[in-house]
Design a protein around this ligand. Structure first.
Ligand SMILES: NC(=O)C1=CN([C@@H]2O[C@H](COP(=O)(O)OP(=O)(O)OC[C@H]3O[C@@H](n4cnc5c(N)ncnc54)[C@H](O)[C@@H]3O)[C@@H](O)[C@H]2O)C=CC1
Ligand SMILES: O=C([O-])CC(=O)C(=O)O
Length: 340
């Protein structure tokens, strides 16, 4: 079974070298954790995108079936399935973009930090291969807890001499916070959700999630009581889904939508499209925390320009201040994990 899967994936991947390019219509995207609750719908959205010519699916289970299923869809992306660590290098070779939703999700009563012990090692091991095989690929890490998994990834790249201090190509995907903020604000204000943009900065857990509705476009205003309720709903939205799923996992479909939104912007920017801006969690010189989500102008190498913390009102400035201790401690936990 194992060797039957290995051969075709090798064959396809050697020809996949030709796919690697900075053209949106000629991009190889690898999904690591492709068989999971996020991985499957995300892979479907990518298979449905004109931007992708090679969709490479990696997991420790079920990728032959997921790849066979998706490969029957009449869109142009070639689909390859890769199973187990021995096939990871082929899965990511020549990738333009790697998305990582591999790892365990929360159950009711757990915090994202409770996932650290399992997921930190998974991200480390995946990044070790990526650092060796495709250090320049853009990487979007979805695996929780995002606040420390992104520093872990960069520490791996440093150890493998694959780290480029002049370039930011490793992102924590926080687009779901923006998607939720847009949805909730549009609902509250009766606006067209397609036309609203609410920046969300900071990190991706509890108080480190900092929505900035004062900077929304179009402009919206709230009495303070509503602003507080909105902020808390966005901060707790992941838990809202975990509780509603009652033990069957956390957000998967909305996360797949959000990760696809992130991926499409990255791929469009790789193809030279201007003005592709997305909030994401990256190494940052713009705040006291070494990693911080802000609006980023995307380009051919990842972050073209960090647009920094937008203007804030006093309430939002206080949220930023409140978030710093937890965020800094989460980042330290990731870096300490790698120095053991
Ligand atoms: N950044 C964000 O906004 C969000 C992050 N998440 C996180 O995404 C992660 C995945 O969530 P789900 O897809 O719901 O979980 P899931 O359990 O449904 O899927 C995870 C997949 O990862 C695979 N996997 C486990 N170890 C692996 C390894 N070493 N290499 C490759 N694949 C491996 C599993 O086989 C499984 O297919 C969780 O950590 C969750 O907390 C979830 C929602 C939002
Ligand atoms: O809450 C979770 O565990 C999953 C997640 O990150 C989210 O839905 O924002």
């Amino acid at each position: 079974m194992f060797s039957r899967i290995a051969r075709p994936s090798l064959a396809v991947c050697s020809s996949a070298r030709n796919f690697s390019s900075s053209s949106q219509n000629n991009a190889k995207v690898a999904v690591l954790g492709a068989s999971g609750g996020i991985g499957q719908p995300l892979s479907l959205l990518l298979k449905n995108s004109h931007r992708v010519t090679h969709l490479s699916l990696y997991d420790v289970m079920h990728t032959p079936g997921v790849a066979a299923d998706l490969s029957h869809i009449s869109t142009k992306a070639k689909v390859t399935g890769h199973l187990g660590i021995d096939q990871l290098a082929d899965a990511v070779k020549d990738a333009d973009l790697i998305l990582i939703p591999a790892g365990v999700p929360r159950k009711p009563g757990m915090t994202r930090d409770d996932l650290f012990n399992t997921n930190a090692g998974i991200v480390r091991d995946l990044c070790e291969v990526c650092a060796e095989v495709c250090p320049d690929a853009i990487m979007g890490i979805i695996t929780n807890p995002v606040n420390p998994t992104v520093p872990i990834a960069e520490e791996v790249y440093k150890r493998k001499n694959a780290f480029n201090e002049n370039k930011i190509n490793i992102f924590g995907v926080t687009s779901l916070d923006v998607v939720r903020a847009n949805t909730f604000v549009a609902e509250l204000k009766g606006l067209d959700v397609d036309k609203i943009n609410v920046p969300v900065i900071g990190g991706h857990s509890g108080v480190t999630i900092i929505p900035l509705p004062s900077q929304a476009t179009p402009a919206v205003s709230f009495p303070q009581e509503d602003r507080t309720r909105l902020t808390e709903r966005i901060q707790n939205a992941g838990t809202e889904v975990v509780e509603a799923k009652a033990g069957a996992g956390s957000a998967t479909l909305s996360m797949a939508f959000a990760a696809a939104r992130f991926a499409y912007k990255v791929l469009d920017a790789l193809n030279g499209a201007d003005n592709k801006v997305e909030c994401a969690y990256v190494r940052s010189a713009k705040t006291p925390a070494a990693y911080f989500a802000t609006p980023l102008l995307l380009g051919k190498n990842g972050v073209e320009k960090n647009l920094g913390i937008p203007k804030t009102i006093e309430y939002e400035a206080q949220l930023i201040e409140n978030a710093m201790p937890e965020l800094q401690s989460n980042i330290k936990k990731g870096i300490d994990f790698m120095s053991k």
